[in-house]
Design a protein around this ligand. Structure first.
Ligand SMILES: Nc1ncnc2c1ncn2[C@@H]1O[C@H](COP(=O)(O)OP(=O)(O)OP(=O)(O)O)[C@@H](O)[C@H]1O
Length: 806
């Protein structure tokens, strides 16, 4: 009991803290106004402090007469300046107080531009310490007047002198100076030693260079001398001989450096007793340090590789770009009478069928309430399951789902839609600690479960996601929620999107972040693919990227992208060997059915290949479809997409196609969805993110510094329709003439027409169309539209074929 009270207290204190925090979060306008105010205040303080040093003696008497308007202090900011300066400089930290206006103005700038607050806190912390330190140092130096030290510096120094004496004070001050240099400025003894060594080397180099030029000068003057004096020439030759010896040594030194693998050491043994003995040269070959050490050295010198460095100042989108629906709707409201009513109806209905209930419990979620019932002993579960429709009828509600039994709990669940559903805002889904603290590679905040918990999953673990649902049930919103989650958690260097949007309108907003987050084929203008023909090239290009990445992983001897990137960051992989930091690639296909219908096998094969193999190298697929029929979601696709999301569908069959079980037909729409990752089904209310919100986010990101171009995928030489133009007349299909007649008669250049009329397979019909194109009977491939027929009637066709024979 006591424990429960304690936890309750805890939770209320947490709540009040949270609401306090919410109260103190400033809007953008407030930040701008406050930022400007602080910036100006900082400037004002600076001038006030500066003039204090000239006028403090004159102004001292005026300070006590603050209310007396006839006395005018000399301080440039008059009474305010004199009073504040007196407080900070005289009674505070002396000269060091000049740090205060700097910090105040800096705070203004940070607020104005809404910059990283943690860093600002760091400035204040270290700034205050430095201020204290300087004031004590001045107290120490200038022990008489104390104006430069301020009361605090003066008194602290006095205190230290009394307790630890002169030497102790010096040591304490020196110690804190070192702490500052090491912790704040990050100077370690090694770094200092290295920079000293470097300067030493440059000085020596300069000196040597200077010597060399001098020598050259003297040599040229000597030569002119020698020409005049032959005795000097002989002497010079002896001298030159020794010089060449030293010069000979130099190249060996120079050559040793680039040879990394071996290091030669020569020792000459010569008997000291017998000078005529032949000298023996002993050569020992030592292997150079391992590569491992090189990487450790690189890390020590340059730190770990930071893929985010190029966009080092990138700011993640802020929460205030998302709308707060909870403040409008007041969050989840529990309607006691509704709960009571539903409970009674469930109990009564079951009673009618002679099912007694031992216990009932309700959990209110954002859209549905889960009633968990424990039936009396001896009741068969299938009996309750069969009553689904009856219960729905008696509750007069759509979207009732019975889970019998709830996996892992010995109860039966009945989900009943709430009369008033609550919108789960994307803001709450993003702000939740579950998402914020998620230690995942690609965290997705999908929405809230029935128990009102934010549902966060890792796309990298899924590893691919299939989304399906009838039109207007929230698929596009779901896709946006997924993309938004990634935008809030991943830096542009870490993830790239390949977006396929045949509907042309759903994902256009993401165009604004092309140079931050999107990947595209080289030589294409738009990164978002709206043309189905281009999809095939992109998919094949992704397959090439996959193969290249596998090669890189093999070379690096790692099993997956995470290990690879970790190794790359630790500088264990040499970029000169083609290694680079690999971002995750997320391929999103909105309206997969449309693709399959127009391009068939050509898309299915690379998709299946990617789905089977791409998980380890960080390519993840998300495909969405309106039409969950078996020829779209084929066995091959299903086998490789264990993670699936079903929005409301119209029939049980559709639900089975997506989830392998019913349930999606009983959802209520508007983002109500079922999620499965192979085993349990979880009912989730999808987080709602509206177009204006997505627009704000993409504007926010798009307005920041970007990469010069979108991430470029490898080039793919597509089998252009033009390549088939050189099909030989002799190689034509036996049915060529018949096919030409069918096409010309129907005036419709489609392979499916040939399939139907001539009862052919898809491949043969496709080949025939290629041959017809080569013969100039039909036009080139035009995506989802049928090809244009270039021959108007059968007579013209006959003429064309006859001419060919000639
Ligand atoms: N999570 C949600 N919460 C509340 N309302 C939602 C949610 N998701 C969708 N809706 C509502 O449903 C409407 C349709 O959603 P959406 O455009 O995502 O459907 P869709 O399945 O993509 O349709 P289509 O396939 O025709 O594009 C939205 O405009 C919105 O009003």
């Amino acid at each position: 009991m006591a424990k429960r009270k304690a936890t309750k207290k805890n939770s209320t204190s947490k709540k009040s803290k949270k609401s306090l925090k919410e109260k103190f979060t400033l809007s953008r306008q407030q930040k701008v106004v406050l930022g400007t105010f602080l910036f100006f205040l900082g400037i004002a303080l600076f001038f006030a402090f500066l003039s204090f040093f000239y006028n403090w003696k004159v102004d001292q008497s005026e300070i006590s007469q603050f209310t007396d308007r006839s006395s005018v202090p000399k301080n440039w900011l008059r009474k305010f300046g004199a009073k504040v300066s007196h407080f900070f400089i005289f009674e505070g930290f002396g000269v060091a107080s000049l740090i205060v206006p700097v910090l105040v103005s800096l705070t203004g700038i940070y607020l104005f531009f809404d910059l990283n607050r943690k860093r600002l806190a760091g400035f204040w912390f270290w700034g205050s310490l430095v201020m204290l330190w300087i004031s004590i140092v001045f107290g120490f130096i200038e022990q008489e007047s104390g104006l430069f030290a301020g009361v605090i510096g003066f008194e602290t120094n006095d205190f230290l002198q009394d307790y630890v004496g002169f030497i102790g004070t010096v040591l304490i001050l020196a110690f804190f100076a070192i702490v500052y240099i090491v912790v704040r400025l990050k100077y370690t003894p090694e770094k200092i030693a290295a920079s000293i060594k470097k300067t030493q080397e440059t000085i020596v180099e300069d000196f040597e260079q200077h010597q060399a030029t001098e020598e050259a000068n003297t040599k040229s003057s000597e030569e002119t001398d020698l020409e005049e004096d032959p005795t000097k020439k002989e002497e010079a030759e002896v001298l030159n001989a020794t010089k060449t010896i030293t010069l000979e040594k130099e190249p060996t030194n120079v050559e040793e450096k680039p040879v990394n693998s071996t290091k030669e050491e020569k020792i000459v043994i010569k008997s000291a007793d017998n000078p005529s003995d032949i000298a023996m040269e002993v050569e020992t070959v030592q292997e150079e340090e391992e590569v491992e050490n090189l990487s450790a050295k690189l890390v020590k010198d340059f730190g770990e590789f930071d893929p985010k460095l190029e966009l080092g100042n990138y700011q993640f989108p802020t929460l205030d770009l998302l709308k707060d629906y909870a403040s409008q709707t007041g969050g989840i409201t529990i309607d006691q009478s509704e709960l009571e009513e539903n409970k009674n109806r469930i109990v009564d209905t079951l009673k009618n069928y002679k099912i007694e209930i031992a216990q009932i419990k309700a959990t209110v979620g954002p859209t549905v309430t889960l009633y968990e019932i424990v039936p009396e002993a001896g009741i068969r579960i299938s009996k309750i399951k069969n009553l689904e429709d009856d219960i729905a009828l008696s509750l007069a509600a759509l979207g009732i789902r019975i889970i019998a039994p709830i996996p892992g709990k010995g109860t039966i669940g009945i989900e009943v839609p709430n009369k008033k559903s609550t919108i789960v805002s994307m803001r709450s889904a993003i702000a939740s600690p579950r998402f914020q603290n998620a230690e995942m590679e690609l965290p997705l905040s999908l929405g809230k479960t029935i128990a009102n918990e934010t549902f966060v999953v890792d796309l990298a673990k899924m590893p691919h996601l299939l989304m399906a649902g009838a039109t207007g049930q929230g698929k596009s919103v779901g896709l946006n929620a997924i993309l938004t989650s990634l935008l809030y958690k991943k830096h542009p260097a870490e993830v790239k999107f390949v977006l396929v949007d045949p509907k042309k309108v759903e994902l256009t907003l993401f165009n604004k972040i092309e140079r931050h987050y999107l990947a595209k084929l080289p030589d294409t203008e738009e990164a978002i693919i709206t043309d189905n023909t281009k999809v095939i090239n992109t998919l094949n290009s992704l397959c090439i990227e996959m193969d290249t990445r596998y090669d890189l992983l093999k070379q690096a001897m790692v099993r997956n992208i995470k290990e690879y990137n970790a190794k790359f960051k630790a500088r264990k992989l040499n970029p000169e060997n083609g290694h680079k930091f690999l971002p995750y690639i997320v391929l999103v296909v909105d309206e997969f059915a449309d693709l399959i219908m127009t391009a068939g096998k050509e898309v299915e094969t690379p998709i299946a290949r990617l789905a089977q193999l791409a998980r380890a190298i960080g390519i993840h697929l998300i495909i969405a479809t309106q039409r969950p029929s078996v020829n779209v979601i084929t066995g091959m696709i299903k086998a490789n997409f264990p993670a699936r999301i079903a929005f409301r569908v119209t029939s049980k069959i559709d639900s089975r196609t997506i989830l392998d079980t019913g349930g999606a037909d009983q959802l209520i729409g508007r983002g109500d969805m079922l999620y499965t990752q192979g085993n349990d089904l979880v009912r989730i209310q999808c987080a709602f993110v509206d177009t204006p919100e997505v627009e704000r986010i993409t504007d926010f990101i798009g307005s920041q510094k970007a990469y010069p171009d979108a991430h470029l995928l490898p080039e793919y030489e597509g089998e252009e329709s033009g390549t088939s133009l050189d099909i030989d007349v002799a190689d034509r299909d036996k049915l060529f003439n018949e096919a030409a007649e069918v096409i010309v008669t129907a005036q419709q250049g489609s392979a499916s027409l040939l399939q139907r009329k001539l009862k052919l397979g898809y491949n043969r019909a496709g080949r025939l169309i290629d041959q017809l194109e080569a013969a100039g009977i039909v036009g080139p491939f035009e995506g989802s539209k049928a090809r244009q027929v270039l021959v108007t009637d059968l007579v013209a066709l006959q003429q064309l074929l006859d001419e060919e024979k000639k």
